[in-house]
Design a protein around this ligand. Structure first.
Ligand code: KG4
Ligand code: ZN
Length: 349
């Protein structure tokens, strides 16, 4: 038996079925991540219907394993927190329906945690003293956003990608290079032996908002380069391509983040999302931040990619603020940040 508030976190937005038990928003009692990577790898990316079906198979065993690891039962829970979006809608519905069933059967509060917010809370999980306000850069396969976190559950979107996410650029180029899925880790490994200055790649500037990102031009430039070589029947130096791409993405991310820190005056920067596992990005942001007297926090790599512990952590802080959701909460593929917290209050979506 644990004396704190135990939240069951559920995450099924993409290709990881994850169930976690988190005590008081800081102690991970269990964080089961059933990856579907092998299922999708042969297709070079996530196949939505296969993902949904696999979530259906994995969700109950994942929760059972989590309870077993933690030595707890449903009766020990204070609430259940779940990702209602953004993500693949069929995949989200599996976790959401499961969470609603538990909330109903156990008479527990249901808490909806936006996927981007969940990533941010992976930092709160490992740095329990971290309190808003702070600036967060969330970079994953589906998102690239700069967010001013004013308070728990209070977000201001400062900038976002107008086209591809940073992780998507890694995944697409990795696919073109035949490196498999997911592409980010493969690009990082190859980049270690490559020359980051080998390919002159463009840095996009987005009109109207200096804090917005654009990665499609960069992706197209690399693809064009590969096509040109192919037409000439030449082999690309994959390590050079990987290193150049990684460097260009990291420069764009770090520059915008420092600019956002300047504009907002925020002194704490929190990095999150799958791409935050990237060593060059972590190092570059830490070094650039240190030069300007900014505190830069990054979660351990295992908490950067999708997991339910971050959902359980956010759930704890939301519960403390009374930010619970009605059972009418629905899954939304492109859920705007914050919409999950006003669900039902502004009329059904
Ligand atoms: O957060 P996440 O697990 O799922 C989404 O919410 O999208 O992020 C997955 C993304 C993928 O695009 C993957 O290639 C990228 O994160 N990624 C990395 C690394 N590890 C995962 N990108 C660069 N370097 C890495 N080490
Ligand atoms: Zn994610």
């Amino acid at each position: 038996m644990h004396s704190g508030q135990i939240i069951l976190g559920i995450e099924t937005s993409c290709d990881e079925t994850s169930a976690a038990l988190v005590a008081d928003g800081r102690e991970i009692l269990a964080n089961v991540i059933s990856s579907q990577v092998n299922l999708h790898a042969i297709y070079g990316g996530v196949v939505p219907e296969l993902a949904s079906r696999r979530h259906v198979e994995l969700i109950v065993p994942a929760v059972e394993t989590a309870f077993k690891e933690a030595g707890l039962t449903f009766d020990d829970l204070s609430a259940i927190a779940v990702t209602p979006g953004p993500g693949l809608v069929g995949a989200l519905l599996v976790g959401l329906s499961y969470a609603k069933a538990v909330a109903l059967a156990q008479s527990l509060p249901l808490i909806g945690v936006h996927h981007t917010a969940a990533h941010i809370y992976s930092n709160v999980l490992v740095h329990p003293d971290l309190k808003p306000p702070f600036l967060s850069l969330v970079v994953s396969g589906g998102h690239t956003s700069l967010i001013h976190v004013h308070g728990h559950g209070q977000y201001e979107l400062l900038g976002r990608t107008v086209d591809d996410a940073a992780g998507e650029a890694f995944d697409k180029i990795a696919r073109a290079l035949g490196l498999g899925y997911p592409g980010g880790p493969a690009i990082e490994r190859l980049a270690r032996s490559g020359n980051p200055d080998a390919l002159p790649l463009p840095q996009a500037v987005v009109k109207d908002n200096p804090l917005d990102f654009s990665f499609s031009g960069l992706k197209t430039a690399v693809l064009n380069y590969l096509n040109t070589l192919r037409q000439r029947k030449q082999e690309p130096n994959k390590a050079d391509v990987a290193a150049s791409l990684q460097r260009a993405v990291v420069i764009a991310l770090v520059e915008r983040t420092l600019e956002a820190a300047d504009i907002t005056g925020l002194k704490k920067i929190v990095l999150a999302g799958g791409v935050a596992a990237n060593g060059e990005l972590r190092e570059a942001l830490r070094t650039a931040g240190a030069k300007r007297g900014l505190q830069v926090l990054v979660p351990p790599p295992i908490l950067c990619t999708d997991n339910a512990a971050m959902v359980g952590c956010a759930g704890y802080w939301y519960l403390r603020q009374g930010l619970t959701a009605p059972l009418s909460l629905n899954a939304i593929a492109n859920l705007p940040l914050g919409a999950e917290l006003t669900w039902g209050k502004l009329g059904e979506k």
